[in-house]
Write a protein that binds this ligand. Sequence first.
Ligand code: AMP
Length: 293
Amino acid sequence: MIVKKVSDLENTLETLKLERKKKIYFIPTMGSLHEGHLSLIKFAEKKKAFIILSIFVNPLQFDDKKDFKKYPRDLRKDLRIIKDLKINVVLLPEKSFAKNLSFPKIKIKKLDKKLCGIDRPGHFLGVATVVLKFLNLIRPNFIILGEKDFQQILVIKKIIKDFSLKTKVIGLPIVREESGLALSSRNKLIPEKKTKIAANIYTCLKQISEGIITNGLEIKKLESYKNKLLRIGIEKVNYLEILKETNLEVLDHKPSIARIFISVKFFGIKLIDNFRVPKRLVQKNGLILNLKD
Ligand code: AMP
């Protein structure tokens, strides 16, 4: 069932009361669906859940108007893709959903000062504002998110905690092309012949992880990884950082699980990715080391 007017959602949920004995799993997306999105839907299908999928290109989370305009949209194709999936409600809010809001945008303190928070000013304010509206409206038992947008998961967990909501967050692994390139709706904007170059982003993350595990890594050396990417045709590396997974803080003497986070510009498009280092790490004097077990 497709719902466009948010005010209709309550009635729709009421008419589907029987189905609603199931747990509600909510999957927010911006459409142009690909296998990454489908992995989230398939996860919910296996739970025999009541699934609500939203498709909404949220203007509030774009710091750049041009980027918002050129963001790939193909609603017809999306609806075709999900036709045979067990989605109970497809929520397609109208533009007004994120317009003229009377409440101030949600402020995210520490997490907003890291990675994409710096790189895309206002991005997470926009994400949090709209996700909070969705959560308030739907009151789902679970929200399913992809680890592709790892920082987004942390932001959403934080607003759920701050607003004492009951929704639990499920984060699912990144789905990649065979080459290793993380699937993203934006990949459609890369000329096909050049996607091989973009696959080096993942190779770079893996190499850094392997390097840390075998010999340790001087943080300074991240510059040489950045330069390598620039040499093969990546336009700009917005950031390449290794941070604690739980709070995106810099590694220190306390053994922690860390992720390597990257954002690049390629053909004018922002691509992000991250990789979990499969060992606990410490940082001493600018050197990141694997804590031998
Ligand atoms: P988006 O439509 O890009 O806003 O993404 C909607 C949801 O799908 C977010 O929770 C993303 O993290 C998730 N997602 C996007 N790409 C992938 C991927 N390659 N693997 C897993 N999840 C993804």
